[in-house]
Design a protein around this ligand. Structure first.
Ligand SMILES: Nc1ncnc2c1ncn2[C@@H]1O[C@H](COP(=O)(O)OP(=O)(O)OP(=O)(O)O)[C@@H](O)[C@H]1O
Length: 204
């Protein structure tokens, strides 16, 4: 099992957001987590990414993770290419080849030398997604990854997700909309701080 989440709990002040979240995902699985606004999806993904500590419970994750946050954390003054360069160094990659292929697959090559401050929301999101995927992580954690995408890009996103799955990567997609469920291997609803349906007993 590449990802095992066991009885994760998290609260902010007196508000208990996650009340015992458990699920598992194998290599090559595409898992969706849906829930209403404020259900705790981002909180859960931040815990999986290591950005936030749970109050209780465990996250066991094998390999490298790639985290695409809900809101892009980009420097307005830097270009796309400069972001790729920064992350290439941070990830210690010998070359930006995969990043450039992702930018190409998302039809954003024409914006490589534009500073982020002039980019549209959808194009920022393409960069955000590329930064999460460019080191080819084993577990990909995507928070509303297709927000702002036009229809063509949305379809390309799912092609990318399928390609990652085909190469044995584990992909977790968080969304407030439960559409395109046929593309997923498993779909969990986050409701009242727990996932439904609960994992079947004895599955591994
Ligand atoms: N750092 C924080 N401090 C206090 N409360 C927080 C913090 N982060 C999240 N919350 C609260 O936790 C609850 C869940 O928030 P979260 O962002 O995880 O929901 P979500 O399911 O991702 O929502 P959305 O679909 O609107 O993005 C909300 O009530 C939110 O206000």
């Amino acid at each position: 099992m590449v990802l095992r989440v066991t009885a994760v709990r998290k609260g902010f002040g007196t508000r208990q957001v996650l009340r015992g979240v458990s699920f598992e995902a194998r290599a090559g699985q595409l898992v969706g987590i849906v829930g209403e606004n404020g259900a705790g999806k981002t909180t859960l993904l931040r815990i999986l990414s290591g950005d936030l500590r749970p109050d209780a419970g465990h996250v066991d994750l094998a390999g490298a993770r790639g985290y695409c946050p809900q809101y892009p954390v980009l420097d307005e003054e830097l270009t796309m290419r400069q972001h790729l360069r920064l992350f290439q160094v941070a990830y210690r990659l010998p070359d930006p080849g995969l990043a450039l292929r992702l930018i190409e697959a998302l039809s954003a090559t024409g914006y490589l030398d534009a500073p982020v401050k002039v980019l549209s929301g959808g194009t920022r999101q393409k960069l955000n997604l590329t930064l999460a995927l460019m080191h080819d992580p084993d577990v990909v954690l995507l928070d509303e990854p297709y927000q702002g995408f036009d229809w063509e890009t949305y379809l390309r996103f799912w092609d990318l997700a399928q390609e990652l799955k085909g190469r044995g990567r584990t992909v977790v997609v968080v969304s407030h909309l439960a559409h395109d469920t046929a593309r997923l291997d498993a779909l969990h609803h986050l409701r009242d701080g727990r996932l439904e349906p609960p994992p079947a007993a004895g599955t591994s």
